[in-house]
Design a binder for this molecule. Structure first.
Ligand SMILES: *[C@@H]1O[C@H](CO)[C@@H](O)[C@H](O)[C@H]1NC(C)=O
Ligand SMILES: *[C@@H]1O[C@H](CO)[C@@H](O)[C@H](O)[C@H]1NC(C)=O
Length: 366
């Protein structure tokens, strides 16, 4: 009897899960004007850290934004658009504004918010030498506040619907390596083996994603990490300028554990439609075969950064002649041109534009 009930539950969960997606992609036909909430680090930040007076993780000065609209440095850690900006444009929406740029009751929150903060990690202590940044826990707490504000604007029922139908893009974890585990002078790299560290990261992520689910998030896209061993700030540690193989192996282990976590969350949490977006292969291919994508150089950055003092593109740095030739803008972040290539691939992997056989909308509940 109990077994039969369990079996039915599994069936129901499987049905609801697949009805949110088409062939494991989100069905865009059912989301006319999608609302997106973005969480993450400097790869997705659009200017929150500008509002943190003492933060050292800032990019609101030249030459950041030199290829952005109006050649403005906005707090994006690249010369132009982030991958998120490009995906938003493809979804036909404007890129959600930084959380800290909005007043708590701004109507704009109904269209989506970006909580990302340069230097942030899964762990609270990650990036501590940046003095100020919004950790993933801080970002989730800020989303909770947004949700309360949405409730008072449109009522509980409409707020729940909005949050259930929104997309949640999360790109976090790079700093837990680059600005934590891989820094010899910080405790975590000494205290934990990689096996222990990756277990700590995934158990923390489990709690964080479950918390977002409690806050009504359902369509959650978690981006895996790219080949961090190949970013310029890591390559300089190799005598021959090669990718650091051990770092890439750690990243692959992290990605594979997180992928399993996503599968587990989808079975544990009714109506959850989480997706793991494995960005590693696309980024690795771009770095390994730059010329196939129209680039010339992928082993160093366009901005002639000083990696001994961090690797951001400071105002006195010299830029390369043709920014479109370079995969990397500074020692950590891809160029606008590289983001365009990666966003194209990511979009195709996440969203089905095959409007084919229409799938019944998810039966409304509670
Ligand atoms: C991390 O910070 C949050 C507050 O943002 C706190 O609730 C939590 O206990 C902290 N986690 C650890 C492991 O210290
Ligand atoms: C990048 O690769 C090119 C071509 O293989 C090589 O000549 C150059 O020294 C490399 N640069 C760095 C910084 O490793």
């Amino acid at each position: 009897m109990e077994v039969a009930v369990m079996g039915m539950l599994v069936l129901i969960i499987t049905f609801v899960f697949t009805s949110n997606m088409v062939d494991n992609k989100y069905n865009m036909a059912s989301a006319a004007t999608p609302v997106t909430f973005v969480f993450g680090d400097s790869l997705t930040e659009v200017g929150n850290n500008n509002y943190l007076q003492y933060s050292l993780a800032k990019s609101n000065y030249p030459w950041y934004g030199v290829d952005y609209a109006g050649s403005q440095a906005t707090g994006r850690f690249t010369n132009g658009r982030t991958i998120g900006d490009i995906i938003s444009a493809k979804l036909g929406i404007s890129s959600p504004p930084p959380y800290l740029s909005l007043s708590p009751n701004d109507d704009a929150i109904l269209k989506g918010v970006n909580y990302a903060s340069g230097g942030a990690g899964i762990l609270n202590e990650t990036g501590l030498y940046f003095i100020q940044r919004l950790s993933f826990n801080d970002q989730i707490e800020n989303f909770r506040k947004t949700r309360e504000a949405i409730k008072s604007k449109v009522g509980v029922e409409a707020a729940t619907k909005l949050c259930n139908e929104a997309f949640y893009f999360i790109g976090i974890g790079s700093n837990d390596y680059v600005n934590n585990f891989l820094q010899p002078f910080l405790a975590d790299g000494q205290q934990y083996t990689h096996e222990e560290f990756v277990a700590l990261l995934t158990s923390t992520l489990d709690k964080q994603l479950s918390r977002l689910y409690q806050l009504d998030a359902r369509k959650i896209v978690l981006h895996g990490l790219g080949p961090l061993g190949c970013i310029p700030s890591q390559r300089v540690k190799s005598k021959t300028g090669q990718c650091l193989k051990r770092v890439n192996e750690w990243v692959l282990e992290f990605n594979s554990k997180v992928k399993k976590l996503i599968t587990s969350l989808n079975t544990r949490l009714p109506n959850a439609a989480l997706m793991f977006s494995d960005t590693y292969p696309a980024v690795f291919d771009l770095i390994s075969n730059p010329t196939m994508y129209g680039f010339k150089i992928s082993n160093t950055s366009c901005c002639n950064v000083d990696t001994s003092i961090g690797g951001l593109c400071l105002p006195n740095s010299k830029l390369c002649r043709n920014r479109k030739d370079y995969v990397f803008w500074d020692a950590f972040h891809p160029s606008d041109a590289a983001n365009a290539v990666l966003a194209e691939k990511l979009f195709a992997s996440l969203f089905s534009d095959n409007h084919g056989p229409s799938i019944a909308p998810q039966p409304s509940h509670d």
